[in-house]
Design a protein around this ligand. Structure first.
Ligand SMILES: C[S@@+](CC[C@H](N)C(=O)[O-])C[C@H]1O[C@@H](n2cnc3c(N)ncnc32)[C@H](O)[C@@H]1O
Length: 373
């Protein structure tokens, strides 16, 4: 049998990058929670789980997640928080025609060691049917229970910003959402302005919900992603929203959006992003001949950080560290900029101890970094 190489049965590089980031974040997430004594139970959801294993033997999100759970258990002295891992996919396999994707996933999961207090739930429901159940469960979580919801549809038709907001009302939840940006960007204007464009109805509803009738910026794909991110921040009422762009080719950019209430979770996601793409942390390029779209943003951050410090009486090391993360940069990037500004700034001790640096990563020191007068 010849299997065609499309994204549905062969895992392409952009999907690998997405699963890689999800897997890395999940490992970090389990590590953080294992140290938080007050957390009693973790709920993981993969609502569009895929084939499990692709025709080129690459592993999909639920299998990589199960491997992360197993690895965490052994690395953590055979201990792990109680976990409920809910995996859902309504589709029929393209690799084994006639078989449900969820049954393939079930078989693959059964071959992976599962810690005794990890319960796997497999369903093959339509998203519109499973979503209300998930929302109910997540909204009823107690403060000592945490949830991570991974939403990876083929498009965005099923995804309603209003539902995401409702899910995000739970203070225990973090959400990862994958969106086909180039397609959305290319059709936004038509969907919003052409009443006869019936295929654009779902996109129109998505944008009208999220942008509350103010059209998104469409001057470039990257401005569009930035606008979506800012709009998600407004719409969900959290500054801890970030996006990771993944570029398949010149006309195919995807973005993995991350929503959390937790400053620590947000900072860890920024670190995971930079470790997947240590060149810039914002996106994954699949070919070196594609232009880097980071320069502007890095230049922009330099100006922003300078203004942030200079337009005030100074900022503390903690404020500068947090400002960097909020703009998707690590302390080392803020330090590079402070180094460039070294003749224009002074560092003043707040805690009375001697000063030998900027202390952006030192949580036990307090200094003020301000414009030299
Ligand atoms: C992009 S793939 C998911 C890939 C997966 N995360 C992975 O890493 O392999 C999207 C999946 O959503 C499933 N799907 C599509 N529409 C759905 C719906 N309405 N409800 C539930 N699953 C759906 C498809 O069968 C497909 O496997």
């Amino acid at each position: 049998m010849t299997i065609s190489t499309n994204a549905q049965n062969v895992m392409l590089d952009h999907s690998k990058a997405k699963v890689e980031l999800y897997k890395r974040y999940l490992s970090i997430y389990l590590n953080i929670l294992s140290k938080a004594d007050f957390v009693s139970k973790v709920f993981l959801y993969d609502l569009f789980a895929g084939e499990g294993k692709y025709a080129n033997n690459e592993l999909g999100s639920p299998i990589e997640a199960m491997n992360s759970i197993k690895n965490h258990y052994f690395a953590n002295g055979k201990k792990i928080k109680d976990i409920k891992f809910h995996i859902n996919d309504s589709g029929i396999s393209k690799i084994e025609p006639g078989k449900k994707k969820i049954d393939r996933i079930g078989e693959l999961i059964s071959e992976i060691f599962t810690p005794p207090n990890v319960k796997v739930v497999l369903t093959s429901l339509e998203y519109s049917d499973i979503y209300p159940e998930v929302e109910k469960e997540v909204r009823s979580l107690k403060a000592h229970e945490k949830a991570l919801v991974f939403i990876d549809p083929f498009g965005y038709k099923e995804i309603k910003p209003i539902e995401l907001r409702s899910l995000f009302l739970s203070k225990s939840v973090e959400i990862l959402l994958f969106l086909p940006i180039s397609f959305m960007h290319g059709f936004s204007e038509k969907a919003l302005n052409d009443e006869d464009y019936t295929e654009g109805k779902a996109l129109e509803l998505f944008l009208r919900d999220l942008f509350m009738n103010k059209p998104p910026q469409i001057t470039s794909v990257h401005k569009y992603i930035f606008d979506l991110k800012c709009q998600f921040q407004n719409f969900l009422g959290s500054k801890y929203v970030d996006s990771f762009s993944i570029q398949r080719d010149k006309s195919n950019v995807f973005s993995l959006f991350f929503f959390t209430h937790s400053k620590l979770g947000f900072q860890k996601m920024i670190e995971a992003k930079w470790s997947v793409d240590n060149e810039r942390g914002k996106g994954f390029r699949l070919s070196n001949d594609l232009p880097l779209f980071s320069e502007v943003e890095i230049d922009d951050y330099e100006t922003k950080l300078k203004n942030f410090i200079f337009e005030s009486d100074g900022k503390t090391n903690e404020e500068i560290r947090d400002y960097g993360y909020e703009n998707s940069f690590l302390p080392k990037h803020s330090n590079q900029i402070l180094k460039k500004l070294e003749n224009e700034i002074e560092i003043v001790s707040i805690d009375g101890k001697d000063i030998k640096g900027t202390y952006l990563t030192n949580k036990s020191r307090q200094v003020l970094i301000k414009r030299k007068i």
